[in-house]
Design a protein around this ligand. Sequence first.
Ligand SMILES: Nc1ncnc2c1ncn2[C@@H]1O[C@H](COP(=O)(O)OP(=O)(O)OP(=O)(O)O)[C@@H](O)[C@H]1O
Ligand SMILES: O=C(O)C1=C[C@@H](O)[C@@H](O)[C@H](O)C1
Ligand SMILES: [Mg+2]
Length: 190
Amino acid sequence: MLEELPSVFLVGPMGAGKTTIGRLLAKQLGREFVDSDWYVEAQTGADIPWIFAKEGEAGFRERETRAIDELTQQEQIVLATGGGAVMSAENREFLHQRGIVIYLNAPVDVQMSRTAKDKSRPLLQQPNPRKILHDLYRIRDPLYRQVAHIIMPTGHTYPRHMVHQLLQLLVPFSASTSIMPDPKLSEDEL
Ligand SMILES: Nc1ncnc2c1ncn2[C@@H]1O[C@H](COP(=O)(O)OP(=O)(O)OP(=O)(O)O)[C@@H](O)[C@H]1O
Ligand SMILES: O=C(O)C1=C[C@@H](O)[C@@H](O)[C@H](O)C1
Ligand SMILES: [Mg+2]
């Protein structure tokens, strides 16, 4: 039933589960899974902390926009994007126009517990990561909502259960028509 489904792009904050859910969703759909953070690392030949250290956040964002442009042109993939990808209007346009965008909306407490032990996120290597996550959420939540076709809360739901719900929410987008369902599916409807 989902053969006609265009590419699916996951957006949301660090620790929302974009990589985890994206990988599982791709498996269920029989699609290729790509993570824009991994793609940037592979294209650069260096990891994200190294890119931030050598080129600053601005250097990383340039690389990220090139990656989002290239990856959103691929057909029928599942793409997990970096948490800050929606900061660029160009990226938002690429994402919204070229596929179905799912916003995984995680409260700051959940983001905190899921990112606490991991040192791979340069923006959180600060004395007060909770404040950083909180400030980023305030700025980015409206942008995630703006770019999304589907908004899915994530907190205490098992990844497999989330993927099951997402597969149902994606059905209306699979018809062979260029008209996207409107209005947005929102948290209230889940
Ligand atoms: N629904 C879930 N329930 C419980 N744990 C989860 C869930 N989704 C993700 N996790 C766990 O949270 C951590 C962060 O998840 P993940 O790396 O998928 O987030 P992300 O959105 O890709 O973050 P980033 O933007 O930093 O790449 C992982 O350890 C993962 O196993
Ligand atoms: O939220 C962010 O700005 C980031 C999230 C990660 O996915 C990486 O893209 C990088 O660490 C920056
Ligand atoms: Mg990820």
